[in-house]
Design a protein around this ligand. Structure first.
Ligand code: ADE
Length: 268
């Protein structure tokens, strides 16, 4: 998979991406990264690429022409018009399914804006996707592009050493991940859950699934309706809705939510 990033801060992208797992994947040739400095395509002698917004208002706008020239440079490198993601809080909010889908592309270009944004006319011509990484405003698109590239990279076959781990983690199947423990068995008076030391794989799997369901209920109940619940899952959730045995703690509002969810499943 080949990433191209059009940015005013290529060094930020290079240093972030050449680290850790994405860095290793690039060294292995599974990923490549090309950064393109939009400033190199300035049409003015002073190297500037921004100007005042028509109609007035605060801040500066990145001009269409330098962005377009940087884009043409990328198109010449790739040999075709690629999919191009413009990072903006106005875009669709990024999620795991999108990461999987983008990971199927051979070439993917990111356009990072700064200041008050980019002249709309060039976006109309070159952007194929408008993506936000969440409902908050950052100073530019560099961090969002790195967030996206990281999430996409780990969906590219071979990037994770154990390909399975890309699938079973948080958000596959809409469930948050179960808690993990490692040595020692007792730390700060807190013991590892005994089931994990039992060596009984079936019980371990069931406990982990229950923990994942419980965590999703507590932290991201909005995800639960999208989870495929089998008989044992429903039995566990019904227990939570009825008695919530130790060590689980479920408030009335959550119990009500579970009752409604289970009633929908019973009908289906
Ligand atoms: N640029 C500034 N804020 C952003 C966000 N939340 N997502 C994507 N791009 C951005």
């Amino acid at each position: 998979m080949n990433f191209y990033v059009m940015t005013l801060f290529p060094e930020m992208i290079e240093s972030g991406m050449h680290t850790s797992i994405t860095g290793r994947a690039m060294a292995k040739g599974l990923l490549s990264l090309t950064t393109v400095n939009i400033r190199d395509f300035s049409t003015r002698g002073d190297g500037r690429i921004d100007d005042y917004p028509y109609g007035g208002g605060a801040g500066m706008v990145m001009q269409a022409e330098p962005v377009y020239r940087a884009y043409e440079h990328v198109v010449n490198c790739i040999g075709h018009r690629p999919r191009l993601v413009y990072l903006t809080p106005q875009g669709s909010v990024f999620h795991q399914q999108m990461a999987k889908e983008f990971a199927r592309e051979e070439d993917l270009v990111f356009l990072c804006g700064h200041y008050e944004g980019i002249d709309e006319r060039v976006l109309d011509e070159i952007a194929t996707d408008y993506v936000s990484i969440g409902d908050y405003v950052l100073t530019g698109g560099e961090l969002p592009s790195m967030v996206m590239m990281d999430a996409i990279a780990r969906m590219v076959p071979g990037v994770l050493s154990n390909q399975e781990s890309g699938e079973t983690e948080t958000f596959s199947g809409n469930l948050l991940e179960y808690p993990q423990y490692s040595r020692p068995e007792l730390w700060h008076d807190s013991a590892v859950p005994p089931v994990l030391l039992s060596g009984h794989h079936g019980n371990v799997d069931r406990w982990r699934r229950d923990q994942a369901l419980y965590r999703t209920l507590k932290n991201r109940p909005d995800l639960l309706p999208g989870v495929e619940l089998d008989k044992k899952d429903r039995k566990f959730l019904r227990e939570l809705a009825d008695t919530a045995p130790e060590p689980y703690s479920v408030v009335e509002e959550e119990k009500e939510f579970l009752r409604k969810l289970l009633a929908k499943h019973d009908k289906a």
